[in-house]
Design a protein around this ligand. Structure first.
Ligand SMILES: Cc1cc2nc3c(=O)[nH]c(=O)nc-3n(C[C@H](O)[C@H](O)[C@H](O)COP(=O)(O)OP(=O)(O)OC[C@H]3O[C@@H](n4cnc5c(N)ncnc54)[C@H](O)[C@@H]3O)c2cc1C
Length: 384
């Protein structure tokens, strides 16, 4: 990718830190920590979850949720042919001053046949007293061998991995300044449930490439026009509830095994409903039809779990979620029936109107998860 970027005339400045960005009517000027000045028509902020520009836009507001991850890649796993996307083997436990529900993920690594990556992760409500990554790592080294059925003595530690993923209910983040657009983790377009930000970034790459090209060509670089590239997506907002449902609370009025029961009920239903329901969910794509079917089946099979869901997430969060669920239905309807009627007319629209309608059609499609296609072979793909 780097070679391709260079061959197209791109220039990479390594080990440079951005210290200041000033926007003007005709340019955005970026100042590096070493004093170098770069001027541009559009700045794409891909500085990740801890982007200083995002901090400024969000005014230092505390995240609504945090996913903490610790893990490692080790050599020496004899049984290395399967993967877990999400695995849980214990109920809520206390760590420091908090309660946590641990989840696990494991998959073979590409570096060798005996190499395996294992992660332990948990969702927390960020507040003083939350578990520290060091505390989680201590638990990880105790529990991982049991989870994988091996002993630490048999393993060669290749690397240790950890991460903090803040999530905000108000995501994706609309552009707050003219000529500056957030991209990737900085834009908040990733699912609050998985830490699959790279997957999400590639999923939106085609849409954003087209949109950014059009914005630059037609000079639609004001904050309002750029915001259309990071629009409201009901499927992303709806998935925030899942993170809340999977976060253990210190003062909880549900059973310590509730999160496991809820996950079991959902995955059992999704498995019964088959690949068209299970696969998009496992790849972070929430769609209206599969969601309705899964919720319907859970309610029919395990109605006794519903009061605990209310207690766990709270009425205000459920009410807010209902709004996103309704919008998910609307976006699915609009993308399925209105998009084919409007799209052929786009070239007859004036440039600004065309730009805005294209973004609106994209928002309907991606916001309803309809960019995801399940092929006949049972393999899934996403449209570029
Ligand atoms: C342990 C772990 C496991 C993960 N596993 C997966 C996975 O399995 N699948 C998946 O899809 N995703 C996964 N992710 C998430 C994935 O890594 C991110 O979503 C992805 O890297 C986001 O890319 P980005 O370019 O938006 O941001 P980043 O990769 O975070 O890049 C931001 C860059 O901006 C730089 N930067 C920050 N501030 C400044 C500044 N002031 N000046 C200059 N540069 C600055 C940073 O140094 C960094 O290089 C994982 C992440 C972690 C931590």
């Amino acid at each position: 990718m780097r070679d391709r970027f260079n061959s197209l005339g791109g220039i990479i400045f390594e080990d440079c830190s951005v210290s200041r960005i000033c926007t003007y009517d005709d340019a955005a000027v970026l100042q590096l920590a070493d004093g170098k000045i770069l001027s541009s028509r559009l700045i794409i902020d891909a500085m990740g979850n801890f982007s200083p520009v995002v901090k400024q836009i969000r005014r230092g507001r505390k995240p609504d949720g945090v996913c903490l991850v610790v893990g490692s890649c080790c050599r020496g796993f004899k049984d290395n042919s399967t993967s877990d996307v999400i695995f849980s083997s214990a109920s809520v436990k206390s760590v420091g001053m908090s309660s946590v529900q641990y989840f696990w993920e494991a998959f073979p690594a590409g570096s060798g046949p005996l190499d395996r990556t294992t992660y332990m992760f948990t969702y927390v409500d960020p507040q003083p007293g939350c578990p520290k990554l060091e505390e989680l790592l201590e638990d990880y080294w105790d529990l991982m061998p049991k989870y994988q059925g091996t002993s630490l003595d048999n393993l060669d530690i290749l690397r240790v991995i950890y991460g903090i993923f803040p999530t905000y209910r108000e995501s994706p983040l609309p552009a707050a300044f003219d000529r500056v657009l957030q991209f990737g983790d900085a834009s908040g377009v990733q699912s609050p449930v998985s830490f699959g930000g790279f997957g999400s970034l590639t999923r939106h790459l085609g849409r954003l490439t087209m949109g950014i090209n059009e914005a630059i060509d037609s000079n639609f670089l004001d904050a309002k026009s750029l915001s259309l590239l990071n629009p409201y997506m009901p499927n992303l907002s709806a998935s925030w509830l899942f993170q809340r449902a999977m976060s253990a609370k210190k003062q909880s009025n549900v059973s310590p095994n509730f999160i496991n029961e809820l996950l079991y009920a959902n995955f059992e239903s999704m498995q019964k409903l088959g690949d068209p329901v299970l696969r998009p969910f496992l790849q972070d794509v929430i769609q209206f039809g599969p969601l309705v079917k899964t919720l319907g089946l859970v309610m029919l099979n395990r109605p006794q779990i519903i009061p605990s869901i209310f207690k766990q997430v709270g009425i205000p969060v459920l009410l807010e979620w209902s709004g996103h669920f309704f919008m998910l239905g609307c976006y699915t309807f609009l993308s399925t029936f209105f998009d084919p009627a409007i799209r052929p007319l786009l070239n007859t629209f004036p440039a600004k109107m065309k730009y805005e309608w294209r973004r609106r059609l994209d928002a309907w499609k991606y916001g309803a998860g309809l960019d995801y296609k399940l092929s006949n072979l049972g393999k899934d793909s996403r449209e570029e």
